[in-house]
Design a protein around this ligand. Sequence first.
Ligand code: PEP
Length: 250
Amino acid sequence: MGRKFLVGGNWKMNGSLELAKTLVNSLNSQKWNTDLLEVVIAPPFPYLSVVRESLRKDVGVSAQNVYFEKSGAFTGETSTEFLKDLKIEWTLTGHSERREYFHESNEIVAKKTAHALASGIKVILCCGEKLEHRESGQTNDIVFAQLKAVADQVKDWTNVVIAYEPVWAIGTGKVATPEQAQDTHADIRKWLAENVSADVAANTRILYGGSVNGKNSASLAGQADIDGFLVGGASLKEAEFAQIIANANV
Ligand code: PEP
């Protein structure tokens, strides 16, 4: 079985109950080959439950963040147990906005990833370099360090999807070229082969994220090591997200 293409939508801290209903209705009415394409959306926490209940069951729902303790005096945090209670199957970890604005280190991201997986929650693990790192030729150093922190704590990668998201491309309208994205995806796969296993390298999906839209997604989807997308801004626009799904390379 090849790697099933995955299109994820990260709503970030955007939307409303009304928009959530509009986006759910849109997804509920779209058609795609579910044997070849998986769709997962990550609404803000307060809407997870209503989205899960109203969305078709073959579309996954994801949290945008999770904590690494099961319960206790951690005001404002979200437990994997709450997610399981609400039938939420996925969480993002390590989104660059969490790393940047909430000071999540590689180790914290790894701890969250390991805890989520051990709790039975699938993970979209985000990684990516800043512009200064790309310009100084440090892209792989940064991305590999982010992945190594996870590899130190996670042995079973079955339920991990990697989202490579160059920080300079997120929300900026500046998309990586298909060649730039493919090169880094291939490097990540090689790193997995050398540092985790050949099996994990062959089977782990690597999504691209960073200003993906209905226009640029087709050429990105055609790259050998791009197994899907994590979409921010465009996932809040029903027609745009539908176009990205339609452009999936399946
Ligand atoms: C993201 O938030 O993961 C993202 C890729 O955002 P955007 O598509 O808006 O660049």
